[in-house]
Design a protein around this ligand. Structure first.
Ligand SMILES: [Zn+2]
Ligand SMILES: [Zn+2]
Length: 181
């Protein structure tokens, strides 16, 4: 039985999957194991779906028990999305489904300062960090491989492909060149 006795602080703009990676690492388990416990679906194949649709994909009581937080506190983006769909018509569903970038995206300076991932970074059209005004990256600055949406190592700020820190050498990246790839 997985218990999550240690609970990191949830940052105000943090995505659910970011918190999930951090709390799983802190308690020596994996995001997948935790998802098995909270999911109300047989299998959720794509982790980005949790950020998009958390409140509909999980058992709210189990989340409260395991995380000590409500689904509403954890899945702010899924609530905004539900409100949008309620207000407008279901034709928005397709649009909403395509709103998020399907690779992990980050600001190397932000995660160096405080290791967590903001939900807004995953929105496709958001390309610049509003704090540091540099391009957000969806690749590792060292091996240049695209990042998965979640991974135990991402929760530690490490590239799952080459094991280098994602904050390493971030000053040497040619952000302009990457943006125009
Ligand atoms: Zn930043
Ligand atoms: Zn790498």
């Amino acid at each position: 039985m997985v218990t999550l006795a240690k609970r990191p602080k949830l940052f105000s703009e943090e995505s659910f999957t970011s918190y999930l990676m951090r709390i799983s690492n802190m308690n020596h388990t994996s995001s997948m194991e935790v998802c098995k416990l909270i999911s109300n679906q047989n299998k959720v194949r794509y982790m980005w779906k949790y950020d998009l649709d958390l409140t509909n994909l999980i058992d709210q009581e189990k989340v409260q028990q395991l995380f000590g937080k409500t689904a509403n506190e954890l899945g702010t983006f899924s609530i905004i999305k539900d409100k949008l769909l309620e207000k407008y018509d279901m034709g928005l569903n397709y649009f909403v489904g395509n709103l998020l970038e399907k690779n992990g995206k980050y600001c190397p300076i932000c995660i160096q300062e405080s290791l967590h991932y903001k939900i807004l970074w995953q929105v496709k059209d958001i390309k610049i960090c509003d704090v540091h005004e540099i391009s957000l990256l969806n690749i590792c600055g060292i091996c240049l491989m695209k990042l998965p949406y979640t991974h135990e190592l991402l929760g530690l700020g490490i590239c799952p492909n080459c094991n280098n820190s994602l904050t390493n050498k971030c000053k040497h990246i040619d952000f302009f060149e990457i943006r125009n790839r």
